[in-house]
Design a binder for this molecule. Structure first.
Ligand SMILES: NC(=O)c1ccc[n+]([C@@H]2O[C@H](COP(=O)([O-])OP(=O)(O)OC[C@H]3O[C@@H](n4cnc5c(N)ncnc54)[C@H](OP(=O)(O)O)[C@@H]3O)[C@@H](O)[C@H]2O)c1
Length: 170
């Protein structure tokens, strides 16, 4: 299982239940990784997507203890109400095809179970109110690759990969 996220220079990821930046290249990068795959998200992230709809062309698994089956079937996502239910659902897919896509609560919960984090670093302060844990400060996470920065909508961004040396089974 992998995690994919865009962070600002403070490891900020969002504010007002939305993203910090409008980044076209990063969106392309996100789609290229997740197209045809399975994505795991918390309910706030589903609500933050256009129209509150799941992502097209992907299996969407949404963790929401208070969720409604009617909403899930109408919108076309798989509702899970606990980590146990999520684990059972995730086991139906091969681990390399499963991506944790946010938000803050979901990333924090799933970080120990991810073997890789695909991180877009944005060289700016987005004034975030929600954050990813600083992976540079965690003993078992190590940056293994970083691409040269590119310009994206006026921001300098860099695609990076981190690996977890102590991944827990989920
Ligand atoms: N920069 C990026 O790449 C990126 C990507 C995705 C999202 N984001 C941003 O992240 C922000 C949303 O983050 P968030 O933390 O508010 O929301 P979230 O993780 O998307 O969703 C939180 C909700 O999901 C359920 N949930 C999540 N983890 C759970 C757990 N371990 N156990 C039980 N329920 C769990 C909870 O439901 P209950 O309340 O019922 O317990 C909770 O209310 C937004 O600003 C969004 O734009 C950024």
């Amino acid at each position: 299982m992998k995690l994919i996220v865009a962070v600002d220079k403070n490891w900020g990821i969002g504010k007002n239940n939305g993203l910090l930046f409008d980044l076209k290249e990063d969106m392309r990068h996100f789609v290229s990784y997740t197209r045809g795959k399975t994505v795991l998200m918390g309910y706030n992230t589903l609500r933050s997507l256009p129209g509150g709809m799941p992502l097209k062309g992907r299996v969407n698994i949404v963790l929401y203890p208070e969720g409604s089956d009617a909403d899930a079937s109408e919108k076309g996502y798989i509702l899970v109400r606990s980590l146990e239910e999520m684990s059972a659902e995730v086991k139906k897919h091969s681990p390399e095809d499963v991506f944790v896509i946010g938000g803050a609560m979901m990333y924090r919960t799933m970080l120990p179970y991810c073997e890789e984090a695909i991180i877009t670093k944005v060289d700016a302060d987005g004034g975030a109110t929600v954050f990813l844990d600083n992976l540079d400060a965690l003993e078992n996470w190590r940056q293994v690759a970083s691409e040269p920065p590119i310009d994206d909508n006026g921001y300098k961004i860099s695609f990076c990969t981190y690996k977890n040396s102590a991944t827990l089974p989920f």
